[in-house]
Ligand binder design. Sequence first.
Ligand code: SAM
Length: 232
Amino acid sequence: MSVEEIYNGIYEIKADDRSTLATKNLTPGMSVYGERLIIEDDVEYRQWDPKRSKLGAMALKKFEIPLEYDSAVLYLGAASGTTVSHVSDILRDGIVYAVEFSPRTMRDLIQLCDKRPNIIPILADANKPQSYAHIVEKVDVIFQDVAQPNQAEIAAINSKYFLEQDGQLMLSIKSRSIDTVASPKKVFKEEVRKLESGFDVEFEVLQRKELDPFHEDHLGLIAKMFVDEEED
Ligand SMILES: C[S@@+](CC[C@H](N)C(=O)[O-])C[C@H]1O[C@@H](n2cnc3c(N)ncnc32)[C@H](O)[C@@H]1O
C-alpha cells in the first residue's frame, strides 16, 4: 500500500492497482457515514467517496484545492456533514462554519460536531448572511453546495460578507436546480456570467470543470472576488 498527500490533508491511497481518495481521521476509530477506515503506518485514514462529495470530485478532477491546515472555511449546504467531516479532517488547525437550513438534517450535523470541535454548526438560510454574521469571522475559503435556483447570488452575498480579500470561492453549480430543461452548458455559461459581472461583488473564475462522471450536470468552479468599492 502507498499513501501520497496530493493536497494539504488530502491523500491518495494505492493498493492492488486501486486508488482511493482519503483524509486522515481526526477521530480515530469512528466512521461518520459508513466509509471505510484504512490504517497504514499507524495512521488511520477515512475513505472519501467522490460520488458523495462535490469537493471530493473536485480533488479528483485536479482542481487546485485552496485549503490549508489552518484555513477558516464557510461551508454553505452542509447537510448531515458527509463532506464537512472530511473538511474537518483536513483543517487540523483550522475551523469550518457549517451552514444548513434543514432542522432535521442539522440534528445529525450537531452529533458530528460533538466529536469534532473544529466544526461550528449554524442552522440558517444561506440567503441571509446577516443572520449568522455575529458567529462567522472572515474566511479564507467559501465552499458552497446548496442546489438552489439562485446559487450564484447566494455565493455573491456570502462572499461580500465573509470572504477575505485574497480568499477563494469554491462552488458546485447544479444545472437542474436552476433550469430543468435548458442544456447544462447554457446554464453554466449564464451562472459564470452572473458571477463575473452580475452582482456588486465580481469574481474572476480561476478554474471550471464539469464534475462528471461523479456528479452529472454539475459544474465545479473556483473563483476569486473583486469588490466594487464605488457601489457602497
Ligand atoms: C446537495 S446537499 C449538500 C451535500 C453536502 N454538501 C455534502 O457533500 O455532504 C444540499 C444541502 O443544502 C441545503 N440547503 C439548500 N438551500 C439552502 C439554504 N438556502 N441555506 C442553507 N442550506 C441550504 C439543503 O438542505 C441540503 O442539505
